[in-house]
Design a protein around this ligand. Structure first.
Ligand code: AMP
Ligand code: ZN
Length: 117
């Protein structure tokens, strides 16, 4: 069911503490942790605690939690003292999504080219 923890989901396991992560922030509805394979000096993932397969599914099922995730991207950027940063939601395998639990990438600490690859 949408929102319920999934046994085979890596990020649900990070939420439950079954798999360790470097957690930088936590709220009632979200967790933020460092990406294991950083693509920038700051590369943090912000996820809803509830399982939704991607950002669009999250926004449709729980718009208030989607807003919490966005709010937390700013909080992470503030904590990391980032003046500029990029928030990315890879959606679909063709766009590079590999984990099917909604997550925002917060990238910063270096110049970021536009358009991205
Ligand atoms: P995406 O490719 O957009 O689905 O993003 C998934 C991200 O999760 C990638 O940037 C991975 O490096 C990251 N990742 C995978 N496993 C872990 C883990 N155990 N802890 C932290 N980040 C992870
Ligand atoms: Zn999950």
């Amino acid at each position: 069911m949408a929102g319920e923890p999934q046994d085979d989901c890596l990020f649900c396991k990070i939420v439950s503490g079954t798999i360790p992560a470097t957690i930088v922030r936590e709220t009632e509805t979200t967790v933020a942790f460092r990406d294991i394979n950083p693509q920038a000096p700051t590369h943090i993932l912000v996820i809803p605690k509830a399982h939704h397969r991607d950002a669009a599914a999250l926004a449709a099922a729980a718009p208030e939690v989607a807003a919490d995730v966005l709010r937390e991207t700013q909080a992470v950027a503030d904590e990391e003292k980032l003046e500029s940063y990029r928030v990315v939601f890879n959606t679909g395998s063709g766009a590079g999504q590999t984990v099917w639990h909604a997550h925002a990438h917060v990238l910063g600490g270096r110049g970021l080219e536009w358009p991205p690859g």
